[in-house]
Design a protein around this ligand. Structure first.
Ligand SMILES: NC(=O)c1ccc[n+]([C@@H]2O[C@H](COP(=O)([O-])OP(=O)(O)OC[C@H]3O[C@@H](n4cnc5c(N)ncnc54)[C@H](OP(=O)(O)O)[C@@H]3O)[C@@H](O)[C@H]2O)c1
Length: 328
């Protein structure tokens, strides 16, 4: 019998329950996938807790690797037994097997294992959006990366550093600082849990010789937003792509102009890869970046799928570095 992790209503990690889930044949346009490794992402936490409203009952999960078990009518380009990854919605990756729209799947090359793919495809596409679409990296420029030892953070830091950008990382512990440095961060600033961001911009200005950073990649939101704006060079860009500490404040357009002709963007990977053609080309570039060593898969821990609540508690406690995997 197939199983999945079901949430009847939003709430604490305990709302996730291991349940039996009969699996119908795939509908037209769908592929049936048996998952081998499932990536946990902070967006799963937002959806589970109700911060990002979704219809309930719900099965969470955007990111998984697996094998095609069956194909619905009209599906071209995939074969039974082929290794694939799911990279975005609809949610439902927290399942042993499920049916998924075939045009939202990508084929896995032989060079990447299932676990590595589940650890980096969604996070890697997010980094791809940030380094390819949101801002084209310029060699020797300075950027700020918050949560630089997180799932997206380690991939983003390594990718930027590999193309010659000087990354100032922000993390909460010395151990995480070491992880960010290993991925190429030029300088890492440690702000412990509960610590203040008030001195961050002056440290950034000092490190950058007074100019500030060209881009601040801010996935932390409420706690770090003002410090990120203050850390920008004139005409700098705040890429506000997450809110792990809470919602960032509203932006006053006059204020960001007065602070130095700044720009603020709120990019989403779901928009980045909405077009199936872009999804395929972006995934190909992520796998090429992996093959070339521009990015790595960082697996912090593997947790049985039925213990998904433990994975969420770990992620929310800020004790992870890189990716958590759920193993069916
Ligand atoms: N816009 C998009 O399309 C998109 C796509 C993927 C992910 N994201 C966002 O990117 C961020 C990273 O996602 P991820 O899955 O890779 O998670 P993650 O970075 O592995 O985990 C979140 C990290 O945020 C830091 N953090 C700072 N303040 C925090 C707080 N008050 N509560 C919790 N964490 C806090 C922690 O690092 P320290 O302990 O080192 O501070 C923590 O480890 C999330 O905000 C996520 O929503 C956005």
């Amino acid at each position: 019998m197939n199983h999945r992790v079901l949430c009847q209503a939003p709430g604490a990690p305990e709302v996730m329950k291991w349940v039996e889930a009969p699996l119908p044949n795939p509908a037209p346009g769908e592929a049936q996938i048996r998952h081998t490794a499932i990536g946990v992402n902070y967006i799963d936490v937002y959806q589970r807790s109700g911060v990002y409203p979704i219809p309930f009952p719900a099965v969470l999960g955007f990111e998984a690797a697996g094998v095609v078990l069956a194909l619905g009518s009209g599906v071209a380009g995939f074969t039974v037994g082929q290794r694939v990854a799911c990279v975005d919605g609809p949610t439902g990756a927290y399942s042993e097997a499920r049916n998924h729209p075939a045009d939202r799947l990508v084929t896995l090359p032989d060079s990447i294992s299932d676990e590595a793919a589940a650890a980096l495809i969604f996070k890697g596409l997010t980094a791809h959006m940030l380094v390819r679409r949101v801002w084209q990296p310029v060699q020797d420029s300075w950027v700020l990366v918050h949560a630089a030892a997180g799932g997206v953070g380690l991939i983003l830091t390594r990718w930027l550093a590999a193309v010659g950008v000087h990354v100032i990382g922000v993390v909460s512990t010395e151990e995480k600082a070491g992880a960010a440095r290993s991925e190429g961060a030029h300088t890492v600033i440690t702000i412990p849990k509960g610590g203040s961001y008030k001195d961050l911009s002056s440290q950034v200005k000092r490190i950058t010789g007074g100019t500030g950073v060209r881009v601040a990649y801010d996935s932390v939101g409420r706690d770090s937003f003002e410090a990120s704006l203050d850390s920008l060079a004139t005409f700098g860009l705040l890429a506000s792509y997450g809110r792990s500490s809470g919602a960032p404040p509203a932006v006053d357009i006059t204020d960001i102009g007065r602070r130095g002709s700044l720009a603020v963007q709120r990019p989403s990977v779901l928009h980045h890869v909405a077009d199936p053609v872009v999804l395929q080309s972006a995934a190909k570039e992520v796998f090429e970046a992996y093959d070339q060593g521009l990015i790595k898969a960082h697996i912090y821990d593997r947790i049985p799928l039925r213990d998904a609540a433990r994975a969420h508690r770990l992620l929310e406690s800020r004790s992870t570095q890189g990716a958590l995997l759920l193993i069916p």
